[in-house]
Ligand binder design. Structure first.
Ligand code: NIG
Ligand code: FE
Length: 414
């Protein structure tokens, strides 16, 4: 029975909305003090102010008393690479001694290193590791996550990663939005043949992934020494023909114009954007592309944070994501994400909450069904240990999520 009454929450932080919010709208959380939310058949059916009553048969419902606790939409993490074999702890130590992320990649480490381990890993091993990572996310309040392939970079392993994502989506309470990322790096067998690798993706992989319905989105690492603007444009335009939504790793290390390309192609999201130009930011502000920022990556790589303040002030739709992966951000720490976003990127707590709920739902194309507490939406919600959402960045680095509700069911956290 997915019928539930969450009674008398000190705050119902609705984040109300069915599409990404931009600029000043990001500060509007539409909080109801001492509110009650009712879930019927896994969907949000009533949002009540203090004293309001609903006409329901109470014996059909379980009830939780949420006094003293804030109720929020479940978090949506819209950019991760959580299916991978092996780890790269040596590279982390090298970087702490001054080595550079791209230099390590250019000498055959980085993404290609993980590709080797992912090719070797069995489907079962990847599933077990993936499940462990999803369990950790759920404890932190994440109820939907985007997950990319891109550590196979050959037909067999890319499909293996996507099948693991599909299986986990079936067996795990967290919903997974699958993304195909066949242009994530250039493994040795494709060295000097990047255009052919793009062709291989367009001619062989897109039709296969589309036919098997293994991905909703397609992504590319548009970066100096990886894939150029022209290669990215060709790859993404072809992906659109197969019905995929488009995502792009843009302007992360070098200012290439990825933000402008994302706006030109009307991508679902442009991600990273540490080096995005003024023109790029303006182009995004005038588009519906979600600017997805990854504070944990900049933190881990000791890079300057993306210009979140400028983006919001210019009117961009800004989302936040963890970028969980074994290299540049081996973390799904939601608490740290909130702390950095507010303390170092100067988002207000309200903007940060919008960025990790309704706007991150928009970044995966699902703001119509998740990401806010609105009537008719899927009942994915979390209760905090504290009475206000403001504790999220304030209680630095601490997990304050007490209860996770997925499709109206209270999840047993292990
Ligand atoms: O989003 N920048 C490219 N891709 C990932 C890193 C993947 C890795 O280092 O394994 C990212 O940061
Ligand atoms: Fe990434």
């Amino acid at each position: 029975m997915n019928n539930l009454i969450i009674k008398n929450a000190s705050q119902v932080v609705t984040c109300s909305g069915f599409e990404g919010k931009r600029g000043k709208e990001m500060s509007e959380l539409n909080v109801i003090e001492n509110g009650t939310v009712i879930v019927t058949d896994g969907l949000i059916s009533h949002i009540l102010k203090q004293g309001e009553k609903a006409e329901i048969n109470i014996s059909d419902y379980n009830t939780i008393d949420a006094s003293g606790k804030a109720l929020l939409p479940g978090f949506v993490d819209p950019h991760t690479h959580f299916i991978f074999g092996g780890y790269r702890e040596e590279e982390f130590s090298w970087r702490m001694r001054g080595d550079n992320y791209m230099a390590i990649m250019n000498r055959g480490g980085g993404i290609v290193n993980t590709t080797k381990a992912t090719r070797k890993a069995s489907e079962e091993e990847l599933t077990v590791a993936g499940k462990m990572r999803l369990d950790a996310m759920m404890r932190l309040g994440i109820t939907t996550v985007e997950g990319k392939s891109g550590y196979g970079l050959d037909k067999e392993t890319e499909l293996k990663q996507l099948r693991v994502i599909q299986r986990l989506n079936e067996i795990h309470p967290i919903d997974i939005v699958p993304t195909y990322m066949g242009a994530h790096a250039v493994p040795s067998e494709w060295k000097g043949r990047k255009d052919e690798l793009i062709d291989f993706n367009i001619k062989e992989m897109f039709p296969l992934v589309a036919e098997k319905q293994l991905a909703e989105c397609v992504d590319i690492f548009c970066e100096k020494d990886v894939f150029s603007i022209e290669q990215s444009r060709r790859y993404l335009e072809a992906a659109r023909e197969f019905g995929f939504k488009l995502k792009i790793h843009a302007d992360e290390i070098v200012q290439l114009g990825g933000a402008e390309l994302a706006a030109e192609l009307n991508c679902l999201s442009a991600d990273h954007l540490l080096q995005a130009s003024d023109k790029g930011i303006q182009a995004l502000a005038q588009s519906k592309v979600v600017a997805t920022l990854l504070p944990l990556t900049a933190f881990s790589l000791k890079e300057k944070y993306a210009r979140a303040r400028d983006m919001i002030d210019e009117g961009c739709i800004v989302a936040l994501a963890t970028d969980l992966n074994p290299g540049s951000s081996f973390s799904s720490s939601v608490p740290l994400l909130f702390a950095i976003a507010c303390i170092h990127m100067n988002l207000s707590p309200e903007e940060a909450v919008t960025a990790f709920t309704v706007n991150s739902a928009a970044a995966v194309g699902r703001a119509d069904t998740i990401g806010s507490i609105d009537i008719g939406k899927q009942a994915d919600m979390i209760l905090l240990q504290y009475p206000s959402y403001k504790f999220l960045p304030y209680n630095v680095g601490m997990n304050i999520v007490e209860t996770v509700i997925k499709k109206g069911e209270i999840i047993k956290l292990n």
